[in-house]
Design a protein around this ligand. Structure first.
Ligand code: UN1
Length: 504
């Protein structure tokens, strides 16, 4: 383990403030990063204070001034080098993700791959960033729109994707000509430092050291200062609805922009004509993968009543075969929850569900011993139960029945969140209905695959309380730029729009 950490440039005590290199300890206290599988301390991190935050932002703002003038395809070349640098460290960084947040090895490495993928995507994007041209109603006039860098942006990330979600934002923002100040979760600081170091090294080699800043600090000082900071026109935040509502309100007050990726309460509908083997695999990955701690985790399952009883039996059997344990061990499918708080929330939700009339079909308990392990849990539930409408970041899947597709879609949409959704069906009509305007109301709608594990090429995000933001692929880059509409007159006359006359 020590070898792994030192290969990633980590020591037993690490700076929590990075502005073109590590800033010295501010004496603002430290936090420990612990392995959730056994409680071992992986390393200490010196918390950043507000003065260091100032230094990080001032550096980012200064470097951005030069970066925005560097041609976008050249910015793409720097990001290409970052993709390569991440590739070279992929397995080590992936293992660190496993150690610090408890993902199984494949998922840890997969997360770093996601960061590499978005970097690759951005290399191509750097030669695009297209604007539209319009037909002018005036003779000898040309109209078009172009996109300029927004400036320096804030990125706040959650523990569950401690590398990839930052990369979705940072790589795209960098291509767009922006600087990025990152405030990661205090539950995953080492992955943040290691990721930052890899990218900072590339920036430094290219003369843009400090374009990416990192501040590992408390919400009450560093976080508060950051969301109120007028130098950061965009705050991109991933986390709970409660956090997003607060950040959104504070940033809106200063008329800044937010890009919010908040809670999900994702459902899978299994129709009576579905390929049930496929559905079982999709559900298992969606609900048990990452120990139920993805924002895209499958939390609700709607089964057609004709297949419900037999299918549930098969699902219970599958759940009981899931190997739980050290996430770095081969064959293990589920690691621990992130911390003791998460275990308490798991237990509270199970209790609440049974109190409301739900029945635990399998699981429902924490696993004794060191580490924050719980059992993957299936609960037979009713869609009206309050707990079913609530996102609990744990491997709990509520199982419910439906009679026809309209009812299933209605139940699926009847929650405050709107991130991801899917249907398993072999019927073209059911699939298209699910994807139609009267179908799923989520930002992501899938057919015959689960709710999680999206590719970076699409826009990622959701509706309603999920916050409405879109990150990663497609045209999400537009959130990181400012749009300018330009009208040029190359004639000798000055015609006005709307045929207006304004002559003496
Ligand atoms: C998250 O949980 O915040 O679609 C992001 C997925 C991953 C990203 C999840 N590609 O499950």
């Amino acid at each position: 383990m020590t070898d792994l950490l030192s290969r990633l440039g980590l020591t037993s005590s690490n700076s929590g403030a990075w502005a073109g290199g590590a800033l010295p300890d501010a004496g603002h206290g430290t936090i420990a990063s612990r392995n959730p599988a056994n409680g071992d301390i992986l390393g200490e991190i010196q918390l950043a204070d507000v003065a260091q935050y100032e230094q990080v932002v001032a550096t980012a703002v200064r470097v951005q001034k030069a970066w925005q003038l560097y041609p976008a395809p050249k910015r793409g070349e720097v990001i290409r080098q970052m993709a390569d640098a991440l590739r070279a460290k992929r397995d080590d960084l992936g293992a660190l993700v496993s150690l610090e947040v408890g993902k199984i090895r494949g998922e840890g490495v997969g997360e770093v791959q996601e960061a590499i993928d978005i970097a690759d995507f951005c290399v191509g994007l750097s030669r695009q960033l297209y604007g539209l041209s319009m037909q002018s109603e005036r003779a000898n006039h040309r109209m078009y729109e172009q996109w300029h860098p927004l400036g320096s942006i804030a990125v706040i990330t959650a523990f569950n994707f401690p590398c990839a979600v930052w990369a979705w934002n940072a790589m795209v923002a960098a291509i767009c000509g922006d600087a990025v100040v990152w405030k990661p979760s205090l539950k995953a600081p080492l992955v943040a430092i290691a990721t930052h170091r890899i990218c900072e090294e590339v920036l430094a080699k290219n003369g843009f050291s400090g374009l990416f800043g990192l501040v590992i600090g408390a919400d009450k000082d560093v976080g508060e200062t950051m969301i109120r900071d007028h130098r950061l026109p965009l705050v991109s935040a991933t986390g709970s609805v409660r956090m997003g509502r607060y950040v959104g309100t504070v940033v809106a007050e200063r008329l800044g922009r937010t890009l919010l990726e908040l809670g999900g309460n994702n459902a899978i509908i299994v129709d009576k004509d579905a390929d049930l083997d496929l559905a079982l695999r999709g559900i298992l990955f969606g609900a048990v993968g990452t120990a139920g701690q993805r924002c895209t985790t499958t939390r609700r399952l709607f089964l057609h009543r004709d297949i419900s009883a037999r299918f549930t039996e098969r699902l219970v059997k599958l759940y009981e075969q899931v190997r739980i344990g050290d996430p770095l061990q081969d064959g293990v499918l589920m690691g621990p929850l992130i911390d003791e708080d998460a275990v308490t929330q798991f237990e509270t939700a199970v209790l609440e569900a049974t109190r409301e009339g739900g029945t635990v079909l399998t699981g429902g308990k924490r696993i004794a011993g060191p580490g924050h392990f719980v059992q993957p849990t299936l609960i037979s539930a009713d869609p009206k139960m309050a707990i079913v409408k609530h996102e609990t970041f744990a491997p709990i899947l509520y199982v419910m029945e439906f009679f026809d597709l309209d009812e299933a879609i209605r139940m699926q949409n009847d929650v405050p969140q709107g991130l991801s959704s899917s249907i398993f069906t072999t019927s073209f009509i059911s699939a298209e209905t699910f994807l139609s305007a009267r179908g799923s109301d989520c930002g992501i709608a899938n057919v015959n695959i689960g709710t999680s594990g999206a590719e970076i090429g699409g826009a990622f995000g959701g509706e309603k309380e999920t916050g409405g933001g879109r990150e990663s692929g497609s045209d999400s880059w537009k959130a990181y730029m400012r749009r300018q509409t330009c009208t040029l007159n190359y004639g000798k006359d000055l015609p006005l729009a709307q045929n207006l006359r304004f002559d003496l």
